[in-house]
Design a protein around this ligand. Sequence first.
Ligand SMILES: Cc1cc2nc3c(=O)[nH]c(=O)nc-3n(C[C@H](O)[C@H](O)[C@H](O)COP(=O)(O)OP(=O)(O)OC[C@H]3O[C@@H](n4cnc5c(N)ncnc54)[C@H](O)[C@@H]3O)c2cc1C
Length: 418
Amino acid sequence: MPEPHLLDSPRSRPWPGRVPLPAHRVDALPPRVSVAVVGAGPAGLAVASALWHVGVDDVAVLDAADRSCGRFFDRVDLLKQRVLRSPYEHHPGVEGYRDCELLDFARLHWGLLTEVERREVRMAQAGHRSVVPLDVFEAFCGHVADAHDVAGRSWRARVEELVPGDDGVLVRTDVGEVSARYVVLCQGEERRAAPAGWYGGHWDEPVPADGSLVVVGAGLSAAHLLAEAVAEGRETHWVLRSAEERYQCADVNASFFRPEGRARFTDTSWESRLELMGRHRRASVMFEFRPLLRAAEAEGRLVVHRGALVESVDHGKVRLAGGSVVTGDQVVLALGTTPSIGAGLLPEAVVGAVDGWPDLDPRTLSYARAPRVFAVGAAACMALGPAARNIDGHRVAAARVVGAVAAGLGAPALAGAR
Ligand SMILES: Cc1cc2nc3c(=O)[nH]c(=O)nc-3n(C[C@H](O)[C@H](O)[C@H](O)COP(=O)(O)OP(=O)(O)OC[C@H]3O[C@@H](n4cnc5c(N)ncnc54)[C@H](O)[C@@H]3O)c2cc1C
């Protein structure tokens, strides 16, 4: 059983030579580019880096936040998450190139790692599951951005509308317009909205430091909030809908990171893909939390309300079906995320949403009704499977999209360029 101490990597340690994640430019946007990438998270980073390899340099990465991968690191840091859930082999490098990969990068910084972290590197080298410190991942993302000149091509701009045309796409932002021949949407996921009548805090907001805490939700964010509250000695309640919490290494079955798993989303019916998504995209907690949370429960420091259907949440009161009420000074809703699929930016008819998923061409990940617009990240789940929302899936999706964009621009095929 993986142990809780694996979760405890130091964060923000001194890292000599580290290239920080680029701050976004605030000067005027270029009027015209070959490719506009909407979103500078790990997915946008993978796309911009892959474009660099095929020699497409006039790229504008547009993000509402002020630095690359800002939303990802803000979220994990708020939760005090110190390690990735995904292993070393999942990295936002570029498929098909011998760039320095995440594992190589960790080995190159051996002297900065703790003994526990070094053991995880050895585990990865031996082909076993491994745990990646966030410090290593953040420094690596900075390296990837630097190596592919992402900083020079990233602007702070909130994209408000995309107007697809025959020859290109007009990108309207809060700070001006860009005309692009192709657009790649890498918007990530928004916090899942709470049902009507539920009033509480949310997992991606700061939690007030005092008093008792009730956490509603069954995923990794819930586990981080609970572990922190228990460590602080607060009275802590965990409300979960299922009869039993689910502990898993990854949030997605490992086969979906491999070609045979992705093949289950190729040429299969919409219904069977939908069924797979429903079955495999379920909240779960990293195994390392199990001893910690079980011990807290056995010692009475954590009260777990299993099989608890929430009816309403209001002013610290969580009302359950059947009439019982769980109370706390703060209630935090950790209900997960929903993929951004281009709705609100593209016309509704272009998104063509069915069951919450956009209508994409699975070969290229372009929108079926706007072939110059592509989606990478969670929005591509019905084409690539549930791993599309993970770091590893971004790399696979980026290769597919950049191959199609490069062909359209007459750039070299991905495998033959720099
Ligand atoms: C707490 C937490 C931990 C996670 N841990 C892991 C893990 O260990 N391994 C893993 O593989 N995955 C993990 N994930 C999933 C993870 O979110 C993704 O792998 C990764 O962040 C997704 O990258 P992304 O670029 O698609 O989205 P994001 O990181 O969310 O980036 C999307 C970007 O798009 C920008 N954006 C959106 N709309 C617009 C707009 N209209 N205009 C301009 N900019 C816009 C946002 O500002 C944001 O910066 C985790 C998720 C969470 C919430």
